[in-house]
Ligand binder design. Structure first.
Ligand SMILES: *Cc1c(COP(=O)(O)O)cnc(C)c1O
Length: 232
């Protein structure tokens, strides 16, 4: 695997996308998404200087976190989470970007209190019309943010979205724009800083950067095509 080369290419594309719209490249962070790739591959990426990794399953995150405990990496859960997985996430993750309902906040809070830990958290907003995409509807966000005030184990930093999987760049951009506008509105209404906008993946991160993403989540462009086990 050409890991170093791929990181170099993606970073150059990220910088170019920033420059194209007059943004500072340092205003956008890169979250490598290592789901389905082995702990060995993550260790290679860590050698290149990357410290945070995105995973979409609690079990897989736990396994890699345990296997690579010596490296003191930071794990970010980015996939839909069942409440019965809150324990693993509370123990091994540093951040959740897929916070999408109050039951999950309650389950995480309980486990985090037991662990004496806290997580950074992004609210996942559903902007795509695809049934399979998870997240909360934009109109539900104000009430949710209000309810989250009671949880000091969850530090709400902003929003995450997965755009529509479309070849029409206008449609994709509109998904990102919706979340940027929502975040601006929520900042005004709540007075919270909410600085993070996690938007954009391998296929659409340039559009996300143009719409204000502060973090892009990149899997296949760095690690290559994923081969899911038959059971997944
Ligand atoms: C897998 C995944 C990514 C990365 O997708 P690529 O297209 O491989 O870059 C980003 N975000 C989420 C939520 C994912 O599940």
């Amino acid at each position: 695997m050409m890991l170093a080369e791929n990181f170099k290419i993606v970073t150059a594309q990220l910088v170019a996308a920033c420059e194209k719209v007059g943004r500072e490249p340092s205003s956008v962070s890169l979250l490598p998404v290592s789901k389905t790739f082995s702990a060995e591959v993550v260790a290679q990426a860590a050698q290149l200087g990357y410290r945070r990794f995105g995973e979409n399953k609690a079990q897989e995150l736990k396994q890699k976190a345990q296997e690579l405990a010596d490296l003191h990496l930071s794990w970010v859960i980015i996939g839909h989470l069942q409440t019965n997985k809150a324990k693993e996430v509370a123990k091994y993750a540093d951040e959740i970007q897929s916070l999408d309902r109050i039951e999950l906040a309650v389950a995480l809070d309980k486990r985090l209190q037991q662990e004496g830990r806290a997580l950074d958290a992004l609210i996942q907003v559903k902007t795509s019309t695809e049934e399979s995409k998870t997240g909360m509807l934009p109109e539900e966000v104000p009430t949710f943010l209000d309810a989250l005030k009671g949880f000091d184990t969850l530090r709400i930093k902003g929003f995450m979205t997965i755009a529509e999987n479309s070849t029409n760049s206008q449609v994709v951009r509109e998904c990102f724009r919706q979340v940027r506008e929502l975040s601006e509105k929520m900042r005004q209404q709540t007075g919270l800083p909410l600085p993070v906008l996690s938007m954009g993946m391998s296929g659409d991160f340039e559009l996300a950067i143009a719409e204000g993403a502060t973090e892009v989540r990149i899997g296949s462009a760095i690690f290559g095509a994923r081969h899911y086990p038959p059971s997944a």
